[in-house]
Design a protein around this ligand. Structure first.
Ligand code: SAM
Length: 303
């Protein structure tokens, strides 16, 4: 498993204009369970059976799932350390008519998992890419958290060391100070949860949050509480298993009057008063009526 930093590089749009066709994809991104083997969909099974080969993050881990579902397709490893090197031969094989399915150890491939570089290369090469949707820990944690489901920002893993981790969290806070109002979702390892929550509570304050553990598994648990209470709890209770942390959006008052006016001026340059007010109210988490009044005042011609 990996925290794919390459997925964070700013992408330029793929140059190929060819539309992905779901009928005979050269590359099929297949979601697999995040703990409960019964969450494997019939379409996912069909796609893995039909593929020329399955590209697995770890062939031994995937063997358990494939055996449980009677899938005998040959497997190859495609992980953080060999993905880039394998791209040319995989593209050549797809161009020659092979169809690959891509899976990771758990959940949706590419999401904090390998596959982004190959997928991007396949799109660039004009090959068809499709996917079988399915389990994803971040989205399940978000929906179970009781926090606003949209907008959300999936941040994946933060760096393991405290200094860089705080910088990553500070960057989220800075985005909030500039107007972002979104529920934040993080992946975290159990042995780092207490330190992560302590840093997060220091940076974001006591806002509503949730720790979702072992989702879809026997010991599934979602603990919902203010961030500082979660930090205090996990400072004395060792966390076990797989974990997502969901943090509620910045409270509305963090959007200053100046931030509101700046956001509205930008929006009013291209949108009607009504649409600008709606867009900015959603982005800043402010009441629509209040934002509409400010938008009206800004849009009114000066005498
Ligand atoms: N691709 C996967 C997905 O779609 O969710 C995520 C892979 S990432 C390498 C693994 C991390 O996802 C874990 O360390 C944990 O933070 C989170 N995760 C995976 N399964 C989980 C589960 N059952 N419950 C809670 N979090 C989980």
């Amino acid at each position: 498993m990996t925290n794919e930093t390459s997925a964070n590089q700013p992408p330029t749009p793929p140059t190929s204009n060819r539309v992905s066709s779901p009928s005979i994809p050269a590359l099929m991104l297949v979601s697999t369970p995040i703990g409960n083997l019964a969450d494997f969909s019939p379409r996912a099974r069909e796609a893995l059976c039909a593929a020329s080969a399955i590209l697995c993050e770890d062939t031994r881990t995937s063997a358990v799932l494939l055996r449980a579902h009677g899938i005998t397709t040959r497997t190859f490893a495609l992980h953080e350390h060999n993905e880039s090197a394998r791209i040319p031969e995989l593209l050549a094989a797809m161009q020659a008519g092979q169809h690959f399915a891509l899976i990771s150890d758990a959940g949706t491939p590419l999401v904090s998992d390998p596959g982004y570089r190959l997928t991007r290369a396949a799109i660039e090469a004009g090959l068809s890419v499709s996917g079988i949707p399915g389990p994803n820990a971040a989205v399940l944690a978000l929906t179970l958290s009781g926090l606003p489901p949209q907008p959300f920002l999936f941040a994946g893993f933060t760096p393991p060391k405290s200094g860089p981790r705080r910088s990553a969290l500070q960057a989220c806070r800075a985005a909030e100070m500039a107007g972002l109002s979104a529920t934040l979702i993080f992946y975290e390892a159990p042995h780092r949860l207490a330190a992560f929550l302590a840093d997060a509570a220091a940076i974001f304050g006591p806002r509503p949050a949730a720790v979702a553990r072992e989702l879809t598994k026997h010991f599934e648990e979602v603990r919902r509480a203010p961030l500082d209470e979660l930090a205090a709890h996990y400072s004395t209770h060792e966390a076990r298993g797989e974990i997502c942390v969901v943090i509620g959006p910045a409270p509305a008052e963090s959007a200053s009057a100046q931030t509101l006016e700046d956001a509205l001026r930008t929006a009013l340059a291209t949108l009607s008063v009504k649409d600008a007010a709606a867009a900015v109210a959603t982005a800043l988490g402010l009441p629509r009526k209040q934002v509409y009044q400010t938008a009206l005042a800004l849009a009114r011609p000066t005498p």
